[in-house]
Write a protein that binds this ligand. Sequence first.
Ligand SMILES: C[S@@+](CC[C@H](N)C(=O)[O-])C[C@H]1O[C@@H](n2cnc3c(N)ncnc32)[C@H](O)[C@@H]1O
Length: 211
Amino acid sequence: MPGLHHIRQIDDAMSFETKQIKEKALKEGVPIIKDEGLAFLLNWIKEKGCKDILELGTAVGYSAIQMAGLDEDIHIDTLEKVKEMYDQAIRNIAEEGLSGQIDVHFGAIEDYATDRMYDLIFVDAAKAQYGRYMEQFLPNLKKDGAMIFDNTVFHGLIWDVENIGSRNLRNLVRKIIKFREFVHNDDRFDIMMFDNIGDGILVLTWRKSGT
Ligand SMILES: C[S@@+](CC[C@H](N)C(=O)[O-])C[C@H]1O[C@@H](n2cnc3c(N)ncnc32)[C@H](O)[C@@H]1O
């Protein structure tokens, strides 16, 4: 589990340009992965030796840049449907010299199809669609691969859902709760939930037969 030490390491290892991307994103309210979640993700990639990565939700390319920066053999496909975000991601990735490792695909996740198999599928787009994204991309998950979902406690709201004033937000949080329950009870998978890391991280792997 990443502690302060790992998070400090991430900041220390970050180039001046990457820090600028992070600061600009935070200033402009672009939702990017929290430091703790990122530390977890990067640790996972290093420990498991992930090389082929699919990311759902690019925003301005911050997490993709961090992942690709770990090893020049890592390749990332990342999907983004908002043109301004896509354009900014392309610029940021080029400035970091990582265009050869990261392919940003413009369009809706729902419309994306590929035969490529991945060691890691990082899911960081519309939270209400997590179940749908999971089913859509399970065929692309290698036998020893993992799907990692961010924001699975949604600012702690999953524990206080009845007190959420906005109906839309309540419905969204209920969908996250339902997703958590669904994958927990699905015997295709082994699940790890790290509710106290960042905004909540859920890791799904294929259940090995006999367990
Ligand atoms: C939380 S942000 C991604 C942050 C990024 N992974 C990072 O940490 O740097 C989610 C992004 O997913 C995009 N998104 C949401 N729904 C999408 C969809 N259906 N298809 C493609 N992109 C989508 C949003 O436009 C937004 O930029």
